[in-house]
Design a protein around this ligand. Structure first.
Ligand SMILES: Cc1cc2nc3c(=O)[nH]c(=O)nc-3n(C[C@H](O)[C@H](O)[C@H](O)COP(=O)(O)O)c2cc1C
Length: 333
């Protein structure tokens, strides 16, 4: 059985990737994931705010002078806020020893100097950079084009300072997601990751407060990412990575059938531990055997949207019969 995969031009032993999150936060955890068989890992994001905080701290330390360094540290340094960027580079170095490609992740929303950090990540051993452009447009009057341009600007700024491939992790919340994805492809994105999940802001009517948080995903949340991958397959040069809603090997197979080059998972690994990667890979191999496939390339994109047509499942053509079917299934008692 051949699971060999190419992603962002990198050769992976299989298409299962541990996405950014707590499972990849230490070198030990990355090692456990590599032992469990993943093809690559994405480290948690380093935030623009953290990079700026460290740069500010360095500047202030330079102002007070090296002689008073020890004393200055006690006044100026918030260890949690300012040490992290350098720590991140050493995480890349150590994680790279686990034997699978390590993708570093940068999270920011403005095309400022923090993007230079991508170069430091590359120098520390990152095989690629994933840009998690988590742009929460709180301004209701922000034009859609301006919001999209922000993504393109950050991508081109980062591409200018690194030679390793750069992927962009996206949300589906664009007026015309497909066109935004194609623009990023044309602007040089080596990969598109569909999708990140926004934090779940909510309102508690009991305490009259606004809450934020993250819940782990469920498999039924995969349908939006899966259908966009199916629509983009063949329309972009960039690699396509699936992210959201993988729990079983069938979820992995379905994403590959849609046209994903790699399939990422965070929630299932957090739920079941690193060894779940082996369960997913064994399950994928068993599924391939049952279906008579010997190579991932034989079925990747088999159920993608056919070129030049909306296809029965992906456009409006199947919509009416889907509504009728659902009305029969969910007849009120
Ligand atoms: C606790 C937690 C932390 C995460 N941290 C990051 C992060 O640092 N950077 C990032 O790009 N995505 C992060 N994610 C998003 C995941 O990488 C992934 O895209 C998302 O959870 C959807 O995939 P899943 O359904 O497999 O969980 C995080 C997710 C969770 C649950």
């Amino acid at each position: 059985m051949n699971l060999d995969t190419s992603y962002l031009g990198l050769k992976l032993r299989n298409p299962l990737v541990a996405s950014a999150g707590p499972m990849t936060q230490t070198a030990d955890r990355v090692e456990r994931l590599a032992e469990a068989g993943v093809g690559a890992v994405v480290l948690p994001s380093l935030f623009e705010e953290q990079i700026r905080a460290e740069a500010d701290r360095d500047e202030r330390l330079a102002e007070v002078g090296i002689d008073s360094f020890g004393e200055a540290m006690t006044y100026l340094v918030d260890p949690d806020a300012s040490i992290w960027p350098r720590h991140y580079l050493s995480l890349i170095e150590r994680a790279a020893g686990a034997g699978v490609p390590v993708i570093a992740s940068l999270n920011g929303t403005t095309p400022g100097g923090w993007t230079d950090y991508a170069r430091a990540m590359q120098d520390a051993g990152a095989a690629a950079i994933e840009l998690n452009i988590y742009y929460l447009t709180a301004d209701p009057l922000m034009p859609a084009r301006d919001a999209e341009q922000r993504y393109v600007d950050i991508l081109t700024t980062v591409k200018a300072v690194v030679s390793v491939p750069v992927a962009v992790k996206l949300t589906p919340y664009f007026s015309s997601f497909g066109e935004a994805a194609v623009r990023l492809d044309r602007a040089g994105a080596d990969g598109l990751v569909l999708f990140n999940r926004f934090m779940q802001t909510d309102i508690d009517p009991d305490t009259l407060t606004v809450s934020t948080g993250f819940k782990l995903s469920a498999p039924n949340e995969a349908t939006v990412a899966r259908s966009w991958i199916a629509r983009l397959r063949g329309h972009v040069r960039a690699s396509l990575a699936a992210s959201t809603g993988v729990e079983t090997a069938d979820d992995v197979a379905a994403y590959l059938l849609a046209g994903a080059d790699v399939v990422m998972t965070t929630s299932s690994l957090l739920r079941h531990g690193a060894a779940h990667a082996t369960v997913l890979l064994d399950g994928l191999t068993a599924w391939m055997e049952r279906k008579g496939f010997g190579d991932v390339g034989e079925f990747r994109g088999l159920l993608a949207q056919p070129a030049g047509s909306a296809g029965p499942g992906y456009g409006r053509s199947g919509y009416l019969s889907a509504v009728e079917g659902a009305s029969r299934t969910y007849t009120p008692g």
